[in-house]
Design a protein around this ligand. Structure first.
Ligand SMILES: Cc1ncc(COP(=O)(O)O)c(C=O)c1O
Length: 234
């Protein structure tokens, strides 16, 4: 999901599962409860990785599991048996991060929209991010989410793979890291994501996938950085 950005019909999934007495869980790390409220929607469980927007500074290990009444007892039992506990330091940093979650996500969303508008001017790019009506999967995103965060996919048409790697490596303000959701922008060339049966995007030979996380920096600086790095694309 965090590469292909195919938003699924959540309501349909819930209704099929309910009919067949199947419990449902969703990974709500990208949207966070600020943009999507899964339990209200009818999911039994919602998982969020707190290493990302909850803490917001990429310096924490942790996660959260919200559940409805139906599964609470079952989860409580499993929790007791597994004995997984968070360290006080991590709990402190996550609680502190949560206090600014809305402010940060508003800025991630604004910055990501500005960067998307800039990137959409390039004909050899296809953005996998719901920033305007004709974006990929916009309709399904709009049906359930009240906002979009800072992570996006960028499908790039380029003959030379090396030039795409060079584009990513020439970015000065974007770090190179896997875990997103912090204050900083990140860029990652994603070839290992599309191997074997995990070939969701069915990229052609001259197509490449780059994942961008748009951080809290000045969007004009990010756009200027992308502009200079894009000169390497061939
Ligand atoms: C959508 C999503 N959920 C959950 C995770 C898990 O993150 P962590 O292992 O830091 O908890 C990731 C990691 O990149 C992710 O992209």
């Amino acid at each position: 999901g965090s590469n292909t950005f195919d938003f699924q019909d959540l309501g349909k999934i819930i209704s099929i599962a309910k009919k067949n007495k199947i419990l449902t869980a969703i990974d709500n790390t990208w949207g966070t409860p600020y943009f999507l409220k899964p339990i209200k929607l009818g999911f039994d469980m919602a998982i969020v990785s707190a290493t990302k927007y909850y803490s917001g500074h990429s310096d924490v290990m942790g996660g959260s599991l919200a559940v409805n009444k139906k599964v609470f007892k079952q989860i409580q039992k499993t929790d007791k048996v597994c004995g997984m506990r968070m360290s006080p330091d991590d709990a402190y940093l996550i609680t502190r991060g949560l206090r600014t979650l809305d402010v940060r996500l508003d800025r991630h969303r604004e910055n990501a929209k500005k960067v998307s508008e800039f990137l959409s001017k390039y004909k050899n790019f296809k953005l996998l991010y719901p920033y305007k009506k004709d974006s990929v999967n916009f309709r399904m995103w709009k049906k359930y989410y009240s906002g979009a965060s800072g992570l996006m996919g960028l499908r790039i048409k380029a003959k030379s793979k090396n030039s795409v790697v060079k584009f990513v490596n020439s970015l000065k303000l974007f770090g190179y890291g896997y875990s997103w959701g912090g204050f900083e922008s990140l860029a990652l060339y994603q070839d290992v994501r599309e191997q074997g049966k995990r070939n969701f995007l069915k990229l052609a030979k001259n197509e490449h996938l780059v994942r961008l996380h748009i951080g809290l920096e000045d969007p004009n600086d990010l756009i200027a950085d992308l502009k200079q790095a894009l000169k390497h694309l061939k």
